[in-house]
Design a protein around this ligand. Sequence first.
Ligand SMILES: [Zn+2]
Length: 128
Amino acid sequence: MPNNDHADYIGRGRYVLSFHPYSYMNHSCNPNIVVKHESIAKSNFIALRDIKKGEELTHDYGIGAMDQFGKTLWVIDCKCESKNCRKKIPGDFFKQPKEIQRIYYKYLPSAIKRKYKDKFNKLMTRRK
Ligand SMILES: [Zn+2]
């Protein structure tokens, strides 16, 4: 396997290779991209601000991690050096700060919005 390929472990000694551009992007707490998954086959990359030519594309790893059997499967020690760096990024959307969840809610897949409707209703109506 070439060094730049990504692989996800799926159990029983098997891996899935990922060639999706999403898997090549690093995390940032001040990302310039959000990835909106429309379906398994279609994802939209949405710029969150102006991106300079040659600037690295980054997204927030904590946003895409959801529905992992009710568990937080990973936590990353972030060293992105942005002003708003959260330092520890749990792999669970609902463990991100509420203001972060509110910002990214609109980019979530509609199936996820439906599944966690009650949680999202609380999130979007309470301001604490
Ligand atoms: Zn960070």
